[in-house]
Ligand binder design. Structure first.
Ligand code: GDP
Length: 183
């Protein structure tokens, strides 16, 4: 993994994480970018982002992923957060129904401020708690994704399940769109 900002990258893709507080956004990001998981939620305020370089075919992509870093608590995410973003992970917590119900609000924001062909991957996080405290069935996630034309995965940032897949699906789809445009 190379975190330096080098000039050898063919593309720089900005993408964002959205969803209610405490659904696991920052832990998904730290898993993907640094392979870390934190038990205590960090109350840092202000936007944060991380980079990871990924090879797709013969291209080197620098994925820049923005995290709300707690701002969503105050409904303080502004249009600059979404500006230029080509992709989003739209995250809910499978153990808290309200985080699923609030997805409509997040989708509305993404569509209002994001690019029209933004790649959105719906992510039901905390799948490790599936047996003990699930409040959202996998079918609910699947049907919302189908209705809204999104990809869908359940993940566990804690157990590192499907995290890599969720980010890579998004990045691969962005790459498809961008490379078609530049033909
Ligand atoms: P954010 O506010 O959306 O960025 O959420 P955080 O990443 O700060 O996580 C909120 C809380 O959920 C923290 O206590 C995490 O340890 C916990 N958490 C995050 N992901 C998972 C997961 O996949 N499984 C479980 N069991 N807990 C998680």
């Amino acid at each position: 993994m190379d975190d330096s900002f080098d000039e050898e990258c063919d593309y720089l893709f900005k993408s964002v994480l959205v969803g209610d507080s405490a659904v696991g956004k920052s832990n998904l990001l730290s898993r993907f970018a640094r392979n870390q998981f934190q038990l205590d939620s960090k109350p840092t305020i202000g936007v944060e982002f991380a980079y990871r370089n990924i090879r797709v075919g013969d291209k080197l992509i620098k994925a820049q992923i923005w995290d709300t870093a707690g701002q969503e608590r105050f409904r303080a995410i502004t249009s600059s957060y979404y500006r230029g973003a080509l992709g989003a992970l739209l995250v809910y917590d499978i153990t808290r129904r309200t985080t699923f119900e609030n997805l409509r609000k997040w989708l509305h924001e993404l569509r209002e401020y994001g690019s029209s062909d933004m790649v959105i991957v719906l992510v039901g996080n905390k799948s490790d708690l599936s047996n003990s405290s699930r409040q959202v069935n996998i079918e609910d996630g699947q049907s919302l994704a189908q209705l809204e034309g999104l990809s869908f995965l359940e993940t566990s940032a804690m157990e590192n399940l499907n995290v890599e897949e969720a980010f890579l699906q998004m990045i691969n789809k962005i790459h498809e769109i961008v490379s078609q445009k530049s033909l």
